[in-house]
Design a protein around this ligand. Structure first.
Ligand SMILES: [Mg+2]
Length: 247
């Protein structure tokens, strides 16, 4: 069956999320340090701030909403600073610094993204995003990446969980989530292709739903890591168009 829709995972598939997180972290740290020094003559250690942020993120996950507040609180209290007014000013400077990095978000798109999406779209293929996480946050990323015009549909796991009044984690994509996408698109699963960097979260569940799967592995050596549920293995995204034209 001809492919009519290509679904892409978002993080580390279209955008180099890991590198952007590093930029954001640097900005948050410098933002907090500057405020603490300029306003309150308090010296905050870069190393301590970074370690504290990493520790909280590890414990509470990447969607934890109080990461910067909690970092400021812990670091300040360890220095004997309990004045909430100071702690809040320092945390807010970090949050503000993070927001400023969003203007550079589009620069973290992988090289071949625009070329690939444009080629697919000009050949009449519907382009969707199948991404795990919080609805507003994930959709906002597409705006900051300036990809709105190229993307037709967005499916966030939180939307699926909410619509179906479910309890399970929004971090996990399931076979049922991909079947829900097919029903939303009103398309047969066999005409949908899913492309993603995570074998367990992108490839296995979409294959179980009956879709065609393309595992993106930018670190080469395709044959050795090709899992049984990946129909294709690619090192970069322009290969996706070649696969579709050859099907
Ligand atoms: Mg990913």
């Amino acid at each position: 069956m001809k492919i009519s829709t290509v679904l892409f995972d978002w993080d580390n598939t279209l955008v180099n999320t890991n590198e952007f997180k590093e930029l954001s972290k640097r900005a948050v740290i410098i933002g907090m340090q500057s405020e603490a020094t300029e306003k309150f003559r308090i010296k905050l250690s870069r190393k301590v701030l970074e370690e504290t942020m990493d520790k909280i993120r590890k414990e509470k996950g990447s969607n934890y909403g109080k990461l910067i507040d909690e970092t400021a609180l812990i670091v300040c209290r360890n220095l004997g600073i309990n004045d909430q007014l100071k702690i809040d000013r320092i945390a807010t400077a970090g949050i503000s610094a993070h927001h400023k990095t969003k203007y550079a978000y589009f620069a973290y798109l992988y090289n071949e993204v625009i070329e690939t999406l444009t080629a697919l779209k000009s050949n009449g293929i519907t382009i969707g995003i199948a991404t795990a996480g919080m609805t507003h946050k994930q959709i906002d990323k597409i705006n900051w990446a300036n990809l709105n015009r190229l993307i037709d549909e967005i499916f966030v796991t939180e939307q699926y969980v909410n619509e179906n009044k479910m309890q399970h984690s929004i971090e996990i994509k399931t076979k049922e989530y991909f079947l829900w996408i097919a029903s939303k698109l009103n398309k047969d699963v066999k005409e949908i292709m899913m492309v993603g960097d995570s074998y367990s979260n992108d490839i296995e569940p979409s294959k179980d739903a009956g879709m065609i799967t393309v595992h993106l592995n930018r670190k080469c050596n395709t044959e050795e890591v090709k899992g049984p549920k990946a129909d294709f293995m690619v090192e970069e995204l322009t290969q996706v168009t070649k696969i579709i034209w050859n099907l």
